[in-house]
Design a protein around this ligand. Structure first.
Ligand code: PLP
Length: 380
């Protein structure tokens, strides 16, 4: 039996409706949206519009034109960071971010943007007070992940949002490990920019992502070019969402994403959260019973998402990952998880950790198989 425990990288399997929607868009619709007045193209436009509406509703956003489709969370974060910041701006971020945010910020610092990284504690948490203390009069942006992809720590984004608003800056949240898994009302929290992959908790295919851009926030587009509207203008259209969506959209991917979000709506995000919390508890309890294993991250009753990282004395993460895969057909992720600074923060650099991330479709039995296999590998 094959066991997949790397849902933090991409969710698998997807709900059946996702495969069907991709197939329908590719086989039956076939064409791109907004490029023709014929019925086939109008059908593609409808698919894209309905997905945009569904994502907006999930995030508490009233105006769906503020939801921009991208190819990944990484592209969304690049658009947010490089589109917003100018030389002389100051940004506050944290020491537990993914490279998808770290690298655009690093590139911005090469263009004269100042970046301050607030230190997280060893479980991966930052405090609103520490974020507030790092802010300056020229702080334009506070940028951080909602849920750490290394430790699972869930940041107090509401309290951080309040501090950010008090000081007149903008808040960018990387919701890669929370969108679709943890209820998130972006406007209510005071989020100005929210980046999310379509292919993790939202159950869409790879090659999908979104950026929510709050009303009044203006970004320089990452790309300009074909938008299917305002064809006689040389300037990129000002209208949302076309301003940030150049090139023919990934209609099959967006169709699948729409079906993924519809599945979340049908199931209820609270039910998804409850199920994943129960799986995480089962994993943490199992790991707690292994004397050679150390968990790096919050306890089950602390604010956390569906990611569990651990290491073991005498067996390195790579060996554990290899043996889980080859001897037991169990897929987990090992190493630095694209977040080296997070590992420096929690004391697991440079070896990294073994990361286990169950998803909504993971069964208790699969977790049990993983725990049994791990016990055999690390020796009790
Ligand atoms: C916290 C975090 N941010 C960003 C990303 C990048 O997502 P994507 O693969 O959609 O670019 C990931 C996924 O690996 C992640 O875990």
């Amino acid at each position: 039996m094959s066991v997949y425990l790397d849902n933090a990288a991409t969710s698998f399997p997807k709900p059946d409706a996702v495969y069907e929607a991709v197939d329908y868009a590719l086989r039956r619709v076939g064409v791109g949206p907004g490029r023709g007045g014929y019925r086939r193209s109008i059908e593609a436009t409808r698919i894209v519009f309905e997905t945009r509406e569904a994502v907006a509703t999930l995030l508490g956003v009233a105006d769906s034109s503020r939801v921009v489709f991208t190819h990944s969370a990484t592209e969304a974060l690049n658009l947010a960071v490089s589109g917003l910041l100018s030389p002389g701006d100051h940004v506050v971020t944290t020491t537990v971010e993914h490279n998808s945010l770290v690298r655009p910020l690093h590139a911005a610092s090469g263009r004269g943007v100042e970046v301050t990284s607030v230190a997280a504690d060893r479980r991966g948490f930052v405090t609103p007070d520490a974020v507030a203390a790092a802010m300056r009069p020229n702080t334009r942006l506070v940028a951080l992940s909602h849920c750490s992809n290394v430790t699972g720590a869930l940041q107090p984004v509401e309290e951080i949002g309040a501090e950010v608003k008090k000081r007149g800056a903008l808040l960018l949240v990387d919701a890669a490990q929370s969108a679709g898994m943890i209820p998130l009302d972006a406007p209510a929290i005071g989020i100005d920019l929210l980046a999310a992959p379509g292919h993790k908790g939202l159950f869409g295919p790879q090659g999908t992502g979104i950026l929510y851009v709050a009303d009044g926030v203006e970004l320089t587009p990452l790309m300009v070019g074909g938008t299917g509207v305002h064809s006689s203008d040389e300037e990129q259209p000002a209208a949302m969402p076309e301003r940030y969506e150049s090139g023919t959209l990934n209609t099959p991917g967006i169709a699948g994403l729409g079906a993924g979000v519809a599945f979340i709506e049908r199931t209820g995000i609270s039910a998804i959260r409850e199920r994943e919390t129960s799986l995480v508890r089962q994993i943490l309890e199992g790991l707690a019973g292994m004397r050679r294993v150390t968990v790096h991250g919050p306890a089950a009753d602390e604010p956390r998402g569906s990611v569990v990282s651990f290491s073991a004395t005498d067996t390195d993460p790579q060996t554990i990952g290899f043996r889980l895969d080859h001897d037991h057909d169990i897929s987990v992720r090992v190493g630095l998880h694209c977040a080296p600074s997070a590992h420096r923060t929690i004391g697991t650099y440079p070896t990294g950790t073994v990361r286990v991330s169950p998803g909504f479709f993971t069964t208790d039995n699969e977790v049990e198989l993983f725990l049994r296999a791990l016990r055999e590998i690390v020796g009790g």
